[in-house]
Write a new protein. Structure first.
Length: 106
């Protein structure tokens, strides 16, 4: 009895369909994944990069660590931010995410 059940389960299903249907389904899944996941993320990254490039000395910003401050100097890869009177920190540009004015408007 167990051998009959096993032999029935191991039989290959009939393949009378189009051989391209499996490939077409994979292409459709990849396209859906691209347009729903990857493309929006790329767009968000471009928007964040544009916002960083638009920052200027004197703008109020929030860092990735949640520190609020005002930009005092902008270098090639860093920003000098004043977080209190006379207290300045140097951080990487990529750790600045938004100006506080932009965050309050949203």
């Amino acid at each position: 009895m167990n051998m009959n059940l096993l032999s029935i389960l191991l039989q290959a299903p009939a393949t009378g369909g189009n051989p391209w249907s499996g490939l077409l389904m994979m292409v459709a899944i990849i396209a859906i994944f691209y347009f729903l996941m990857i493309r929006p993320q790329q767009k968000r990254q471009k928007d964040v990069q544009k916002a960083r490039e638009a920052l200027a000395v004197g703008d109020k910003v929030v860092t990735a660590g949640g520190i609020y401050g005002k930009i005092k100097e902008i270098g090639d890869v860093y920003m000098l931010i004043e977080i209190a009177d006379g207290v300045r920190i140097r951080i990487d540009k990529t750790s600045v995410f938004a100006s506080t004015e932009d965050a309050q408007q949203k």
